[in-house]
Ligand binder design. Structure first.
Ligand code: KIV
Ligand code: ZN
Length: 515
């Protein structure tokens, strides 16, 4: 395989992924995800949209400062010079920086969104890329709504962007409208008609509105694209972006038809998927390809029989290849600190000494309540610990009276900015009673948009992971909490979301930008 067959993986979980309603992440969480992405071996991390808010700027800056020279850190910018300068400022400390600038080129976007004439858009393409290229060597240009763009106009804009210094040309399927054959035709046309096309790397950025984001991205690669923009778990605007784990595993599994390589360490995929799911509160559906709980489960007798005889009768890739390993250590209430640390290592977690101690204490509490402690339980404990951090509002205790004979009543204790507070409330059900109690103790008035319970393992003693989505003033956040008691998990999830929402309401600048 030649280096011409290397496909760069451009991860945009921290930018397009964060644009999923409710998927906001704080600085600490973004840094953790960026570290995990670098470990995973992606080539480019799009860390945010620096002009969108101070929080985005700080995140791109912090990710840039943390990054090694193995990965390119990218910041998004519209075509205005203020956007580009802000992205440059945020990327200043990155060992390798890329400015990604974009403008819409489809008739519908130019007329109604930008209210610009095509010739003015063409001028803006040249000017924006030239300006960015005067600041950094590595400049990506995207024609937003590319797949609904007039083909002749697309050729003119791509040629202008390359002439102005763009090193990567990205053709987004912004609205998830294209089909694989059509995407191939667009890429082939650009390769045949744009005279300077060999001076830039072509890139895909496909949304999943018709469920075709991965298929379109792979079609692009087969037509000559050498960068795929994607996100962990397929997070992103509306139906999301192409899922990183799916494009990478498709390329790895079908080398016979797609002889391309990536730098991704596929054994790290499961860990990255779990981290992103926990931080964003987006539970991965059970039947999701590659990272769903059932992706390697075999239920039917015929399949199980085949698997026992030879695993590749029904498995096209091994669970180990995506980092799902058979557990060597079984944990229970007699397991000590040493075995617990070994288990953390086996699961691929690197925690600080204080975090290990905290999670170990919680593991012991859990083992007292639950006979078998599975790997998933430990992951949930760690996730809870990682997410809770040093947040201003912390769960302390919950007492609950409910049943068919009397109205549910909750007595809740919270630590609010270090001060213990207690409240007793009723509600239409136990969850309502608890949430009413929390609302009495907090300074904001959020609206509940989603309440979801997910059993971490099997059995009636399983831990529950609860996801809560809250909204206020157009800001939407998710929070998660886990516990063997579903009501305690519900309280923790609501509190996690409140902490996040308060941070968002304080920190985000009012400008509503979209990409
Ligand atoms: O979907 C899109 O077009 C984008 C661009 C900013 C690349 O996210
Ligand atoms: Zn996008």
């Amino acid at each position: 395989m030649t280096s011409d067959n290397y496909v760069k993986i451009f991860d945009t979980t921290l930018r397009d992924g964060e644009q999923s309603p409710g998927a906001s992440m704080n600085l600490e969480e973004k840094l953790q995800i960026a570290k995990t992405l670098e470990h995973l071996g992606v080539d480019v991390i799009e860390a945010g949209f620096p002009i969108a808010s101070n929080g985005d700027f700080e995140a791109v800056q912090a990710v840039s400062r943390q990054a090694s020279d193995k990965v390119v850190i990218c910041g998004l910018a519209r075509s205005g010079f203020a956007d580009i300068d802000r992205a440059h400022e945020a990327l200043r400390d990155a060992p390798r920086a890329r400015i990604h600038t974009f403008i819409s080129t489809s008739p519908i976007h130019m007329k109604y969104k930008l209210q610009m004439e095509p010739d003015d858009v063409l001028d803006a393409v040249y000017a924006s890329v030239e300006h960015a290229r005067n600041l950094v060597e590595d400049v990506e240009w995207s024609c937003e709504d590319g797949t609904r763009t007039d083909r002749d106009f697309m050729c003119r804009t791509v040629e202008a962007a390359i002439k102005a210094g763009a090193t990567t040309i990205n053709i987004p399927d912004t609205v998830g409208y294209t089909l694989p054959e059509e995407y191939v035709e667009i890429i082939t046309m650009l390769m045949n008609r744009v005279p300077n096309i060999d001076k830039a790397t072509l890139s895909t950025h496909c949304h999943n509105d018709l469920g075709l984001a991965v298929a379109n991205s792979l079609a692009g690669v087969q037509a000559g694209v050498r960068q795929i923009e994607c996100t962990i778990n397929g997070l992103g605007e509306r139906a999301g972006n192409a899922a990183l784990e799916e494009v990478v595993m498709a390329l790895k599994t079908r080398q016979d038809l797609m002889p391309y390589s990536t730098g991704v360490q596929t054994e790290e995929i499961t860990k990255a998927s779990r981290l992103v799911s926990t931080i964003t509160g987006f539970v991965v559906q059970n039947n999701k390809a590659i990272v769903g709980a059932n992706a390697f489960a075999h239920e039917s007798g015929i399949h199980q029989d085949g698997m026992l005889k030879r695993s590749d009768t029904y498995e096209i890739m091994t669970p180990e290849s995506v980092g799902l390993n058979e557990s060597k250590l079984v944990m229970g209430k007699h397991s000590g600190r040493h075995a617990f640390k070994e288990k953390l290592k086996e699961l691929g977690f690197e925690l600080g000494q204080n975090q290990v101690e905290d999670v170990f204490r919680r593991f012991k509490d859990l083992a007292d309540k639950k006979k078998d402690v599975y790997d998933e339980d430990i992951v949930a404990l760690i996730d809870d610990e990682v997410v809770r951090g040093d947040e201003p509002i912390q769960f302390a205790s919950l007492g609950l009276a409910c049943g068919s004979e009397e109205p549910p009543q909750s007595t809740l204790e919270l630590d609010v900015e270090g001060e213990r507070k207690e409240v007793t409330t009723t509600g239409d059900g136990p969850v309502d009673a608890i949430f009413n109690g929390i609302k009495e103790l907090i300074p904001i008035r959020p609206r509940l948009q989603l309440y979801q319970v997910h059993a971490v393992t099997h059995g009636t003693d399983a831990q529950a992971t609860v996801t809560v989505r809250l909204e206020q003033e157009g800001r939407t956040v998710n929070g998660q909490g886990s516990d063997t008691d579903t009501m305690v998990a519900s309280a923790k999830a609501y509190i996690a979301a409140v902490n996040r929402l308060m941070q968002k309401l304080e920190k985000t600048a009012p400008s509503a930008l979209s990409a």
